[in-house]
Ligand binder design. Structure first.
Ligand code: DGP
Length: 116
């Protein structure tokens, strides 16, 4: 995919608006447009990485930052005490619909297992 056609690249560059809750030099986090729980955030690297399947060793620190930012946001959004779920959907069977790596942070209700 051409990066200029990528939805999350367009959100990261500010071309498409989103409800942004966190931004750094390398990451952006915003509210999901179709929330699956009272809290549903997406933590997204600004760099275009198609999926976890294409992430490589040089992305190690970025991947760690995504997880730590999710934990920070869970605290600031007041779901950390009760718990929450972090999910990276990958590829067709994983249910990935946007081909730009992202971590879902979902909370504010009891989660079920196994996921659908
Ligand atoms: P996934 O299915 O794991 O690829 O998750 C993609 C998520 O992206 C899905 O939960 C809906 C969300 N999403 C799709 N388009 C937009 C958008 O334009 N803005 C925002 N904020 N979220 C979007």
């Amino acid at each position: 995919m051409n990066v200029t056609d990528c939805l999350f690249c367009s959100i990261a560059s500010g071309k498409i608006p989103a409800d942004v809750v966190h931004e750094s030099e390398t990451l952006i986090a915003f509210r999901d447009i179709n929330p699956q729980a009272p809290l549903h955030l997406l933590i997204v690297p600004k760099q275009h990485i198609t999926s976890l399947d294409t992430a490589k060793a040089p992305h190690q620190s970025l991947l760690g930052d995504m997880v730590l930012v999710a934990a920070d946001l869970a605290r600031t959004e007041s779901v950390a005490g009760h718990g929450y779920r972090t999910v990276i959907n990958t590829g067709v069977d994983g249910g990935q619909s946007v081909d730009h790596l992202h971590l879902h942070l979902i909370g504010g209700r009891q989660m079920e297992w196994p996921p659908g």
